[in-house]
Design a protein around this ligand. Structure first.
Ligand code: KG4
Ligand code: ZN
Length: 387
């Protein structure tokens, strides 16, 4: 069957056309066409995604992105294609993200999907964005065959989770962040350093530069939060605050004495303004901070993932989410095969790490195979992983 995936949960407007075959035991997918429009430039000046701007841009861009994906799939041939006047170009099913994400942004995709479904007289399945990140590995060249049970580590701008999968339909969340998601921590630390949104790629480039340079990098040590917590949960807010204190310590050493120790949140004297404190740091200092922050994140994620593997003894480790675009993290996670030679490690191709609709089409197909799937087309900002 041919599935049209639609993704608008955050700042990417994405549409994909995917051919899906097989049952839950032998899923097979082929990407026929895919288009993504990123709104990053639009949100950059605000230092993060503004939900109503995201919605407006999705509404504007959806018809264009759809047309591009259908053309690439060879299902339409002229630029005059109009969703309101054209026949169904052989699509059998629409899969649209219903959550988690920014509700105004999600609604834009849902309304568009409903309209198309009605016009083309085909079913529309509500799809979970995080299940999309899990399904993103089904397009990887290393996928071949793998077995359940599996453990999935999902790291994105909004989530940091460990999921246990008994099979494609039976899932359980076994770990989550108690505060910031790891991508969010990257974005916030980048902002402190005066780097643009989204911060992940910026920090990652600086950290890599620090590792590969011959310059002597000072030994800073940031905390590895919850490493010994005895469970599989994460916390990145303390690490973020440690970075802020460190920066304040070198830029405004006296201001630290005004802050009462042991209070929660960021004291007013430490709140970072629009441009962060980046202007007051040298390039070398930024490199040192980026490298140590990234090392702390990687060590934390690796330790918790190993703990989950030891505890649940899975046959497969699935890794997904935008933060997996991070080269050092990717390499470290792939290196786990040395410690666990029996474990199959699945990771998406780089283009499928950040938000896209190809993964939504795949997750939508899996959802469809669950006795018809989720027909409730309602934006659910905090939608949890289904079980
Ligand atoms: O999955 P995603 O595209 O969107 C959400 O579902 O949230 O993830 C976006 C997050 C952002 O926080 C971004 O900074 C982070 O992924 N990210 C990275 C890298 N590329 C994107 N974080 C670290 N290193 C990267 N190279
Ligand atoms: Zn995502």
């Amino acid at each position: 069957m041919i599935i049209l995936g639609i993704e608008t949960s955050c700042d990417e407007t994405a549409v994909s056309v995917v051919e899906a075959e097989g049952g839950l035991e032998d899923l097979r997918f082929k990407v026929l066409g895919s288009a993504v429009n990123s709104q990053i430039e639009m949100h950059r000046e605000f230092g993060g995604v503004v939900p109503n701007i995201a919605k407006r841009e999705h509404l504007k861009n959806l018809p264009l992105v759809l047309t591009e994906a259908l053309k690439e799939a060879g299902l339409i041939f002229n630029f005059q294609f109009s969703i309101f006047n054209s026949e169904n170009p052989r699509i059998d099913l629409i899969a649209v993200t219903v959550g988690p994400g920014l509700e105004p942004a999600l609604w834009a995709g849902i309304k568009f999907a409903e309209e198309l479904g009605h016009k083309w007289n085909i079913p529309v399945i509500g799809t979970n964005h995080m299940e999309g990140h899990i399904a993103s590995v089904l397009f990887s060249k290393t996928e071949a065959s793998f077995g359940f049970p599996a453990v999935a580590l999902l790291v994105s701008g909004g989530h940091t989770e460990l999921i246990y999968l008994n099979n494609w339909l039976e899932k359980e969340k076994i770990g989550h962040t108690l505060d910031d998601a790891v991508g969010e921590a990257f974005d916030k630390v980048a902002r402190m350093l005066g780097l643009p949104y989204p911060g992940g790629p910026e920090i990652s480039a600086l950290a890599e530069k620090a590792r590969n340079s011959n310059i002597e990098i000072r030994d800073i040590k940031f905390p590895r939060p919850m490493l010994h917590s005895g469970n599989l949960n994460f916390s990145f807010s303390g690490l973020k605050t440690a970075v802020l204190y460190y920066i304040r310590g070198i830029t405004h050493p006296k201001s630290l004495s005004y802050h009462k120790r042991g209070t929660f949140g960021e004291p007013p004297s430490l709140v970072v303004g629009e441009g962060g404190l980046g202007d007051e740091l040298s390039d070398l200092q930024k490199m040192e901070i980026a490298r140590e922050f990234e090392d702390a994140v990687i060590e934390t994620l690796l330790t918790k993932t190993k703990k989950a593997i030891d505890q649940y003894n899975p046959k497969t480790l699935i890794i997904g989410g935008g933060v997996i675009a991070n080269k050092a993290l990717r390499e470290n996670l792939l290196n786990l095969e040395k410690d666990y030679p029996e474990l199959k490690i699945l990771i998406p191709e780089k283009s499928l790490t950040t938000d896209n609709a190809t993964m939504i089409a795949a997750a939508g197909y899996i959802e469809y195979l669950r006795e018809g799937g989720n027909k409730e087309l309602k934006a659910q900002g905090n939608l949890d992983i289904s079980s």
